[in-house]
Design a protein around this ligand. Structure first.
Ligand SMILES: *Cc1c(COP(=O)(O)O)cnc(C)c1O
Length: 444
């Protein structure tokens, strides 16, 4: 959790996946979100935290959410449900993981008075979620790189308006893939990495994936699991959220289908359709948090699909640097048995926002609309489909208003966001300039 990326450039994965029995899953029914979180995550934590410490961490992580259920389900249609994951402080699902990680860092670092420097790259929502989780914490500086001019105004303001001196927003020239690449470079610059005690909280951080496993259990159990299976559709970019669903399944939750929903930046949909994993050009969309070409957690899915052969994955990742690779037939079979996929164009996304408002009264953000559109194509009678609503519509007011004619208001606790002052540094797409900037701006 504290290091993020492994030193050989690979991603951490658990050696084994703990199992919950059907009786243990059934016993989750009716428990609070926090109680379910404790039971689902406890087996992964070992003796790093005591039972009491871990319980307190979970309580503090979700106390600031604006909904008592934390992750409420609403019904869209017969057999189709929306899992609202946008009631946290930054109005997107990333708060579930980031708030938990913030509390875990504080507890772990506070014991010895250690400090770390957190650097993250964001296509919009990770950054603000990280800043909300770490702002004002004594043992941490947090630097967030985002692609200049390519995120929404709400996303930007959430990162640039916190006044705490340990928060540093960096607007980088380039796109999100450039930001991710420079972040990876910083982790591979060991002198810098060790000098500032670099820690990562990007979606490749295993602690984040783990936190996201919880709401697959809470929502499935609310709809009758484990006595009947459910399916999930997940608006996908870096594959962290859907991979958490796969982990839930591996832990024993009866999930029928895991559906990957992409926007026009559809490398994952093309790959799962058998066309190989080849980078294209990122085309900016109205769902910017899914505008990726390289999907960082997909490496974890490939690792399992290639029978946990680290050398094979290292070779694929080297080929990816040069543009892409084809997936072996055996690995493709494994991937297709775990995931199916669909894509939504910009027009389909807009039309789904319009149609869903009309049919159910729900105002969707563009990311969630992609999920609803693809879920509608994939769902079958008899198995409930749960679509993950990954952000609040007010985070993307322009697209939502264009599609629906309604201006989505921010929740009252955030409604002065547009009046607060902004603080941000413009930085070039250059490793040496970035590391120098970070060293100069550390608070201790
Ligand atoms: C991050 C994000 C996604 C994509 O999630 P991944 O875990 O990267 O696949 C989708 N929607 C929203 C609103 C997001 O912030």
């Amino acid at each position: 959790m504290l290091t993020g990326l492994a030193r050989d450039g690979g991603l951490y994965v658990p050696e084994t996946i703990p199992q919950l029995t059907l009786a243990e899953i059934a016993a989750l029914e009716g428990l609070s979100y926090e109680a379910i979180a404790y039971r689902v995550m406890r087996p992964f934590v070992g003796d790093v935290f005591s039972d009491d410490e871990f319980g307190d961490i979970i309580e503090r992580a979700y106390a600031g959410f604006g909904h008592a259920a934390r992750a409420p389900l609403v019904q869209l249609d017969q057999g189709h449900f929306l899992l609202e994951l946008f009631h946290g402080p930054t109005l997107a699902f990333k708060d579930f993981a980031m708030q938990l990680i913030g509390q875990m860092f504080q507890t772990a670092l506070g014991r010895k008075g250690d400090r770390v420097t957190i650097v993250g790259a964001t296509s919009g929502d990770t950054g603000s979620a990280a800043i909300e989780a770490f702002r004002g914490l004594e043992n941490v500086d947090v630097f967030i790189l985002y692609p200049h001019g390519r995120i929404s105004e709400v996303q930007r303001r959430q990162m640039t308006t916190p006044t705490e001196s340990n928060v540093h927003a960096l607007a980088m020239d380039g796109d999100f893939d450039d930001c991710q690449a420079r972040l990876k470079d910083m982790f591979n610059d060991f002198e810098f990495r060790d000098g500032v005690r670099l820690a990562g909280v990007n979606s490749i951080n295993w602690g984040r994936v783990l936190a996201q496993v919880v709401y697959y259990f809470s929502s499935a159990v609310a709809l009758g699991a484990p006595h009947r299976p459910v399916s999930f559709t997940v608006p996908t970019g870096n594959f962290g959220d859907i991979f958490a669903g796969y982990i839930a399944k591996r832990m024993g939750l009866p999930i029928d289908k895991l559906v990957v929903a992409t926007n026009q930046n559809d490398i994952l949909h093309r790959c799962l359709s058998g066309q190989g994993y080849h980078k294209g050009q990122t085309v900016p969309s109205i769902s910017p948090s899914m505008d990726i070409q390289v999907s960082s957690n997909f490496e974890r899915a490939l690792f399992d699909a290639y029978d946990r052969d680290g050398n094979a994955i290292k070779q694929l990742m080297d080929e990816l640097k040069a543009g892409g690779f084809d997936v072996s037939q055996g690995a493709m079979q494994v991937l297709q048995s775990n995931y199916i996929s669909g894509r939504a164009s910009e027009e389909e996304t807009m039309a789904t926002i319009t149609a869903t408002l009309k049919s159910s009264g729900e105002l969707l953000c563009p990311h969630s609309a992609i999920g609803v559109k693809v879920a509608d194509e994939m769902r079958v009678t008899g198995t409930p489909m749960i679509t993950l609503a990954t952000a609040h519509p007010a985070k993307f007011p322009d697209a939502v208003e264009k599609a629906s004619g309604q201006h989505p208001p921010l929740p009252p606790r955030m409604d002065d966001l547009y009046e607060r002052g902004e603080r941000v540094s413009r930085v070039p797409n250059d490793l040496a300039a970035l590391t120098a900037h970070i060293k100069r701006h550390l608070t201790a």
